[in-house]
Design a protein around this ligand. Structure first.
Ligand code: AMP
Length: 285
C-alpha cells in the first residue's frame, strides 16, 4: 500500500482517531529523516508489532544549539518516503516547523537524567526533544513507540518522561544497527570525507577494546575510560567531547556492573558522532 504523506496536525489527528475507532493499534517511529538501516530496523519492528504504523520526519529546530548543524542537517524527503513505503509504514507525518513550534510557551523538561553526557554538552537539547516528542505523542496517540539504543540517553529520558507524565505508551528500545565494519549508522555519517569515514571507525573499535578488557575482569571505570581515550587519541582528527561510564540514571560510576553504559561523543573533523555499549549485552561487531 502507498504510504500516506500527512503535513498538518489536523489530518494526523484524524488519521489516528480513525485507527482508534477501528480498534487498531498504532506503532510510532520518530525520526529526523535522512533515513538509513538504523531507522529501517525501527520501522520494521513497528510494522510487525502494530496494526497501523506512523513515522514522523521532523528536523526539530528546538533541539539544536545555536552553533549546531540544524541548517545543514540532510533533508531527503523523497528517498525517505520510498524507504518508509518499502518498510510498510502507513503514514509519514512531515509537519512544517511552524506547525509545532510557533507560539510555543510550554516546554517539557527533565531533571537529573540530562545533567551528564549529551545533556551536559548540548544545553537545552533534551528539553527540545522531550517537548516535541510529547507533542507527537499527544497528536498521534500511539500504543507503542520505537527508539534506538544509538541515542541511549534519549531512550532513558523518554522512558522516564513517559512514566512521569503518565503517557499510556509502551517504549520499545531497538538495538544499534552498524555498518559492515562496526561504525554505528547515523544520518551524520554522510558529512564524513573518505578519510574521516575510516577514522570514524575508532569509536566502535575503542568500545570493543574496553569491552574486551571488562570481559577479562577489569571493573575500574577509570581504567576502561582511559583505554578508550588512548585509542581515540591515536587519530589525529578526533576530538573527545566525552567518554563516560554511567548507570541507568546517567550518573558516572567508579566500578562497572552489568547494565552500566559506556557512552562516547567524538568529533571526527567537524562531525560529532556518538556511540555506546551497555555492559552485559552482546557486542555484535
Ligand atoms: P534520528 O533521525 O537520528 O533522530 O533518529 C531517530 C531514531 O532512530 C532514534 O530513536 C534513534 O536512536 C534511532 N537510530 C538512529 N540511528 C540508529 C542506529 N544506527 N541503530 C538503531 N537506531 C538508530
Amino acid at each position: 500500500m502507498k504510504v500516506k504523506l500527512i503535513e498538518t496536525i489536523e489530518e494526523m489527528r484524524a488519521f489516528s482517531k480513525d485507527a482508534k475507532k477501528r480498534n487498531l493499534s498504532i506503532g510510532y517511529v520518530p525520526t529526523m529523516g535522512a533515513l538509513h538501516e538504523g531507522h529501517v530496523s525501527l520501522m520494521d519492528a513497528a510494522v510487525k508489532q502494530n496494526d497501523v504504523s506512523v513515522m514522523t520526519i521532523f528536523v526539530n529546530p528546538i533541539q539544536f544549539g545555536p552553533n549546531e548543524d540544524f541548517e545543514k542537517y540532510p533533508r531527503t524527503l523523497e528517498a525517505d518516503l520510498e524507504k518508509a513505503e518499502k518498510a510498510g509504514i502507513d503514514a509519514v507525518f512531515f509537519p512544517a516547523a511552524k506547525e509545532l513550534t510557533a507560539n510555543l510557551y510550554s516546554y517539557v523538561d527533565i531533571n537529573n537524567l540530562q545533567n551528564n553526557l549529551c545533556g551536559l554538552k548540548r544545553p537545552g537539547h533534551f528539553r527540545g526533544v522531550c517537548t516535541i516528542v510529547s507533542k507527537f505523542f499527544n497528536i498521534i496517540q500511539p500504543d507503542n513507540a520505537y527508539f534506538g539504543k544509538k541515542d541511549i540517553q534519549q531512550l532513558y529520558i523518554i522512558k522516564q518522561m513517559v512514566k512521569d507524565l503518565n503517557f499510556d505508551i509502551n517504549i520499545v528500545p531497538c538495538d544499534i544497527v552498524r555498518e559492515y565494519d562496526g561504525l554505528a549508522m547515523s544520518s551524520r555519517n554522510r558529512y564524513l570525507s573518505e578519510s574521516e569515514r575510516k577514522d570514524a571507525l575508532i569509536l566502535s573499535q575503542a568500545i570493543k577494546k574496553a569491552v574486551y578488557l571488562q570481559e577479562q575482569g577489569e571493573t575500574s571505570a577509570n581504567v576502561l575510560i582511559n583505554c578508550v581515550r588512548t585509542e581515540i587519541e591515536k587519530i589525529a582528527c578526533a576530538k573527545i567531547d566525552y567518554i563516560s561510564i554511567v548507570n541507568e540514571q546517567m550518573q558516572d560510576v567508579s566500578f562497572v556492573e552489568n547494565k552500566n553504559i559506556l557512552a562516547l561523543a567524538i568529533y571526527i573533523g567537524k562531525t560529532r558522532l556518538i556511540d555506546n555499549h551497555i555492559f552485559g549485552e552482546t557486542l555484535c561487531f
